[in-house]
Ligand binder design. Sequence first.
Ligand code: GDP
Ligand code: GDP
Ligand code: MG
Length: 291
Amino acid sequence: MAERASWSLGAALRGVFGAKTIDDDTWDDLESALIRADFGPAVTEEIVDTIKAQVERYRTTDPRDVQRMLREIVEERLAKYDSTLKLTERPAVVLVVGVNGVGKTTTIGKFARFLRTFNRSVLVGAADTFRAAAVDQLATWAERAGVGIVRPDREGQDPASVAFQTVQKAKQDGTEIVIIDTAGRLHTKGGLMDELGKIKRVVEKQAPISEVLLVLDATTGQNGLAQAEAFIQHGGVTGLVLTKLDGSAKGGFVLAVQEKTGLPIKLIGQGEKIGDLTGFTPHVFAQKLVG
Ligand code: GDP
Ligand code: GDP
Ligand code: MG
C-alpha cells in the first residue's frame, strides 16, 4: 500500500474536500463517489445521513470536516470485526476456499511467505487434485516461499485424503502451520460443499481446523459475493481474504462485504508478487481510502 491505491476515494472526492464550502453538491458528489466505490446503496445512505447530521450539529461549513468524519465513520465500521488470524493450535490448520480464479493458490503462496517472515514453519497441501497444473502451480509457490508441500500421489486422488496426509505429515514433523488449497468448482458428481465437508471431517480426525478463509476477488465486488454464497452458508467460513485490490476501484466493497457477511477480513492481496499480501488494519485502510 505504498503509492496511492486504485481504490482510494481521494481522486473522486478531491473536488468535494477541496471546495470552499459545504452545499448540495457536496452531498451529491459524496453519494455518487461512495456508490461508484461499491459501498452499496444502503451503506452509502447511512454514511451520508450520518455526516449530514454531524455537519448540522457542529455547524461546520468546512469540507475538510466532511473528510475527517467520513474517515472516522469508515474506520469505526471496519473495526467492528476482529481481523486477527487465530493460529495458536499446533498444528494450526487453515483451509482456503472460494470460487475458481479468485486467487486461492496465489494467496497461499504469499501467506506461506508471510508466515515464514515470522519464523513459523509451514506445510501446504494440494487438495485441488483434479488438474495436475493446479498442483504444479502450488508447488511453484511453495518453492518460492521456502515451505514444504504434500502433493497427491496421482491425479484426481481424493482431496480429503491429500488433506489428511498433509496434516499427518505436519504432526510427524512438528510443523506449526498447515495451509490446504482446495478446488473452486465441481469436478465430480458430488457437490463441492460435500467435498469440503469431507475434507473438514477427515482433517478434524487429527487436528482442529483453526481458520477457513474464503477468498473473494475485489474486482468483482458485490457480484462476486453472490457466487460465494454457498461457501458462507455451508463452509464454516471464519474469515475473508480480499484479493486483487490493486486493480480494483471498489474500496467501499471492503466495508460492505464485512457488513453483508458478518465475517471479518483477515488478509488483503494487492498484486501477483509474493510480498503483495498484508493483514487488514481498519485504521490504515480507512486512512488510505478516504485520505
Ligand atoms: P484460484 O483459482 O482461486 O487458485 O486462483 P489463482 O491463485 O490461480 O489466481 C488466479 C489469477 O489471479 C492469477 O493470474 C493470479 O496471478 C491472479 N491474482 C491473485 N491474487 C491477485 C492479486 O492480489 N492481485 C492481482 N492483480 N492478481 C492476483
Ligand atoms: P469415507 O471415505 O466416506 O468412508 O470417509 P472417511 O472419513 O472414512 O475417509 C475419507 C477419506 O479420507 C478417505 O477416502 C481417505 O482417502 C482419507 N482418509 C481417512 N482416514 C485416512 C487415513 O488414516 N489415512 C489416509 N492416508 N487417508 C485417510
Ligand atoms: Mg488454485
